[in-house]
Ligand binder design. Structure first.
Ligand code: MN3
Length: 205
């Protein structure tokens, strides 16, 4: 058994003009593929971890043998994070949130605008590479956090409802050093249907 990179659920140019085609090719076919390849290489000698769901693997990171734990944390985290990332984006996405997540965001943050500002701020302030997240804890309480590198919120018992990748590979070709512009533009491709699906999975509704 091995982990596999799923194809993008849309064309490489489908998120234009917000995310360019060349970035999507490099990001998915090279960066995301490398996490999968490196993860499979790391678990070669721990095959009991090769046949579990990638999210469960992240939850159980402390059960992974110590000699491969850092490789699994980095590359398994990369695989888990990107598997979510492609799906929570869609052409013709964006706009105001819909469904249960809209209500939950208003309750937790006061308004969609306040939530967006907190999410973008966490992404902007992440020094170096990492992610900005909307997560739910085990009681369903929502918060915005940021993680470094490819660390997954699942390792801390938090469910990643949505996250944006603030590694330079996600935006540098088009946005150069302007991470804030990328963070703002990204809301135009957000897939609220998928985010609602993840929210309901997180809170069991
Ligand atoms: Mn990435």
């Amino acid at each position: 058994m091995a982990f596999e990179l799923e194809p993008l659920p849309y064309a490489y140019n489908a998120l234009e003009p917000y995310i360019d085609e060349e970035t999507m090719h490099l990001h998915h076919d090279k960066h995301a593929q490398a996490y999968v390849n490196n993860l499979n290489a790391a678990i070669q000698n721990a095959p009991e971890f090769g046949s579990i769901d990638i999210e469960d693997l992240m939850r159980r990171i402390n059960d992974v043998p110590e000699n491969i734990r850092i490789a699994v944390r980095n590359n398994g985290g990369g695989h888990a994070n990107h598997s979510m990332f492609w799906k929570i984006m869609t052409p013709n996405g964006g706009g105001n949130p819909t469904g249960p997540i809209a209500e939950a965001i208003n309750q937790a943050f006061g308004s969609f605008d306040a939530f967006k500002a907190a999410f973008n701020d966490a992404g902007l302030k992440r020094f170096g590479s990492g992610w900005t997240w909307l997560v739910a804890d085990q009681n369903g309480k929502l918060s915005v956090i940021s993680t470094a590198n490819q660390d997954s919120p699942l390792m801390d018992g938090l469910y990643p409802i949505m996250g944006n990748d603030v590694w330079e590979h996600a935006y540098y070709l088009k946005y150069k050093n302007m991470r804030g512009d990328y963070l703002n533009a990204w809301w135009n491709v957000v897939n609220w249907d998928e985010i609602n699906r993840r929210y309901q999975k997180a809170v069991g509704k």
